[in-house]
Design a protein around this ligand. Structure first.
Ligand code: ZN
Length: 138
């Protein structure tokens, strides 16, 4: 069995944002040489997500608005976690949007549905953060 490990680094200039990382994951898959297997992609930080959805800007605005209704950033004082930090909302948003995705590898390709794309979701940016890609298979 082959294994391949790759880290992607991010430093978003804004507190929140979504980045399409599908092509980065495809590059890692090509480098792995795996034809049949599984690809795990996970955020290594507790205020960031990896998720799969549509690459459509209106939907991304809808995610932002929906997450702000569920866990508004401000006022910071509404959260018990805030004090030394101001990122309680980011922890909550990350939990809803998920830590990781697992994608099947078939014929050397990511076996995604027609409208599926892989995204990094940042909820407490302006700092360096990592995503882990782990590929296993034959
Ligand atoms: Zn925190």
């Amino acid at each position: 069995m082959k294994t391949h490990r790759k880290e992607l680094w991010f430093d978003l200039p804004t507190r929140r944002g979504f980045v399409n990382i599908t092509s980065d994951v495809e590059k890692a898959l090509k480098a792995s040489g795996v034809q049949e297997g599984l690809c795990l992609v996970n955020a290594m930080h507790i205020t960031a997500s990896v998720f799969i959805n549509d690459n459509e800007s209106g939907l991304h605005q809808d995610f932002e608005r929906w997450l702000e209704k569920l866990a508004p950033e401000k006022p910071y004082s509404q959260y018990a976690h805030n004090g030394a930090e101001d990122n309680a909302d980011a922890h909550l948003k990350r939990t809803i949007m998920g830590r990781e995705v697992v994608v099947a590898i078939s014929g050397g390709q990511l076996d995604l549905g027609p409208w599926e794309a892989i995204f990094y979701g940042e909820f407490d940016g302006r700092r360096r953060k990592r995503v882990l890609i782990k590929i296993i298979g034959e």
